[in-house]
Design a protein around this ligand. Structure first.
Ligand SMILES: [Zn+2]
Length: 118
């Protein structure tokens, strides 16, 4: 049996961590439900070419961080919604129980090791 209480806490901790990281780099667009990178506040006094390039680079790196964090957050949110369902902890493909070690490592896992999505 899965310890859903423990898993839920794990998932919520991970969710808060991800939301915190995303919040450092961008903001949630409430219309699209997607996170968007936020450029650093404009400082007109030091707005030369280098500064513009730096800011663009910063924006790009934030965007790519957000793109890698966002699917993880979506997975966690999905798992939190599904946690009380009968199917939680079972592989979406073969419907067998997901290995305990895998669930421990990634409580938002949706497939067993064999059907690991690549
Ligand atoms: Zn499977």
């Amino acid at each position: 049996m899965l310890d859903k209480k423990k898993i839920k806490i794990q998932l919520e901790t991970e969710r808060d961590l991800l939301v915190g990281q995303l919040g450092d780099m961008g903001k949630l667009n409430t219309e699209t439900g997607e996170w968007e990178a936020m450029p650093e506040a404009l400082d007109y006094k030091v707005s030369d070419q280098n500064d513009m390039a730096d800011r663009f680079e910063d924006y790009e790196s934030k965007s790519s961080m957000i793109r890698s964090l966002e699917p993880r957050l979506q997975n966690i949110l999905f798992a939190l919604k599904a946690i009380n369902k009968e199917s939680f902890g079972k592989c979406e493909i073969c419907k067998k129980d997901i290995e305990k070690a895998r669930m421990d490592a990634n409580p938002a896992a949706r497939t067993c090791k064999k059907h690991l999505e690549s």
